[in-house]
Design a protein. Structure first.
Length: 295
């Protein structure tokens, strides 16, 4: 292995395919999108360079962008908090469960592998104001709210509904990641703490939480990035309505690019989305310190 690492030609040969794919599939498209974001481009004509006009219009005259940015930040915060707390709680419970662990793991993880488009249509049917859940509530004399059509409030009811649906679908992924990290902690550490008189709650606070911190960074980063670029459930449940109250950055990007053919304007939204994802990744990595523990 040392000889192989010292052979620069071999290193170049092995790295070249991965570097080529990275350049063609990721780096070059990003450069193109940055250029298009500075142009007036419809996809049918030659890009017309307009400088920062798209970005200025995005933050000064686009009211839908303000709503989309607010909803995306709400969705990121809501998903980050709820999925971390509930996912960690389920992971701790199932890790210490002696009977039926695999059954419950599959039950909680199953929604993650199902199609988000199909689930979006299913939940849209369940939250329809005339059928589904409201029909069941009507049988007991309760008038259900307009789950997906309410527009009042800083964060309207449809965003809360979509947030809980996303939590139901993806909490299993966070749970599985935490279970993998917790399972890797040596049981000897816990046994030593119990011998010293520590309770299970104190062992969780002083042993489990510090040792799962690397996974906390990973899951929180995945949750935040996934929430910022969230699209499929929202599009299939509300399509950004009513009156753009449930628009997020990804749905606004889709509308501008593929409905109105404003590819330059849509590219500027994608750059804002990319910057937000990078900023959140840096903030998480800087705020959560990961230490190396040796047994």
């Amino acid at each position: 292995m040392n000889k192989l690492l010292e052979d620069k030609k071999a290193a170049v040969i092995f790295l070249a395919p991965a570097f080529l794919l990275f350049t063609l599939i990721l780096f070059v498209p990003i450069i193109q999108v940055i250029y298009y974001s500075l142009c007036n481009y419809t996809g049918l004509t030659k890009p017309d360079f307009v400088g920062l006009k798209n970005y200025i219009d995005l933050f000064t005259s686009d009211e839908t962008m303000k709503t989309a940015l607010k909803n995306s930040i709400f969705f990121m915060v809501f998903s980050g908090i709820t999925q971390q707390v509930i996912g960690l709680f389920l992971a701790v419970i199932l890790t210490n469960l002696k009977w039926g662990r695999n059954l419950f793991k599959n039950i909680y993880y199953l929604p993650c592998v199902l199609s988000s488009a199909a689930l979006g249509l299913l939940w849209a049917f369940l939250f329809n104001p005339k059928i589904g859940l409201n029909q069941l509530l009507g049988m007991i004399g309760v008038q259900g709210p307009n789950w997906l059509f309410a527009t009042k409030g800083l964060i309207p009811l449809p965003m809360w509904v979509i947030g809980f649906v996303a939590l139901w679908q993806y909490v299993g992924q966070t749970m599985m990641l935490y279970m993998a990290q917790i399972s890797g902690i040596s049981r000897d550490i816990y046994e030593a703490s119990y011998i010293d008189g520590a309770s299970k709650s104190r062992a969780f606070i002083h042993i489990t939480l510090p040792l799962i911190r690397p996974m906390l960074v990973t899951t929180l980063s995945l949750n935040c990035i996934g929430s910022l670029k969230f699209f499929d459930l929202i599009y299939n449940m509300t399509q950004g309505g009513p009156n753009h109250t449930t628009e997020v950055l990804a749905s606004h990007l889709y509308t501008q690019g593929f409905k109105f053919f404003k590819y330059g304007y849509a590219s500027s939204i994608s750059i804002v989305l990319l910057i937000l994802c990078m900023v959140m990744t840096v903030i998480i990595s800087k705020c959560i310190k990961v230490e190396t523990y040796e047994a």
